[in-house]
Ligand binder design. Structure first.
Ligand SMILES: NC(=O)c1ccc[n+]([C@@H]2O[C@H](COP(=O)([O-])OP(=O)(O)OC[C@H]3O[C@@H](n4cnc5c(N)ncnc54)[C@H](OP(=O)(O)O)[C@@H]3O)[C@@H](O)[C@H]2O)c1
Length: 150
């Protein structure tokens, strides 16, 4: 990948699925270009805070895959009582609350959808903000629980 960058074929390099700080360090220490992003499973039940803080020293930003829990898992997050009550308070959907949480937590969320209404809804998260107390309530949902097993 570094040879491709030197040849001008790509501008930046990203990594995916590094969950242990030591593994990330090993790769960074063996290479020259710092990763622009680290794409890991990240959502309210698996917030990846330790990795997010660890990679910050390299200027690497966390990108959240399964930002809504992933296909087959979204209802577990959407029906979470904390998430749904914050959603009701703002007149927003649970999906929008989760995406707004990612934004305010400093994560790059990449929600997947094949539904035009959902895609539109997922963009409508810039006209409100979560309070510090709501952010803390969402932070408190972390269970270090992944939905995927890789
Ligand atoms: N690097 C990796 O190892 C890795 C692993 C997995 C995924 N990814 C990437 O991560 C991205 C997201 O993955 P994902 O799509 O599986 O996870 P996701 O975004 O957490 O979940 C997608 C599910 O959420 C639903 N959804 C999206 N917006 C919604 C809304 N506003 N209201 C209700 N439901 C909504 C979708 O259904 P509808 O289609 O009905 O909207 C779909 O079932 C993709 O680009 C994927 O390629 C990367």
């Amino acid at each position: 990948m570094e040879r491709a960058a030197a040849a001008g074929k790509l501008r930046s390099i990203g990594l995916s699925n590094f969950y242990e700080p030591a593994d990330f360090d090993r790769l960074v220490n063996a290479t020259t270009i710092k990763p622009a992003i680290l794409q890991n499973e990240t959502h309210p039940y698996h917030q990846s805070k330790e990795m997010q803080q660890h990679i910050d020293q390299y200027g690497t930003v966390l990108e959240s895959w399964f930002p809504l829990g992933g296909r087959g898992n979204t209802q577990k997050l959407f029906n979470d009582s904390t998430i749904s009550s914050i959603a009701a308070a703002h007149g927003k959907s649970s999906a929008q609350i989760i995406l707004r949480w990612h934004l305010q937590a400093g994560n790059i969320a990449i929600p997947g959808s094949s539904n035009e209404t959902h895609i539109q809804e997922n963009f409508e998260i810039f006209d409100f903000s979560l309070t510090d107390e709501e952010m803390q309530q969402l932070t408190d949902l972390d269970k270090n629980q992944r939905f995927a097993d890789y």
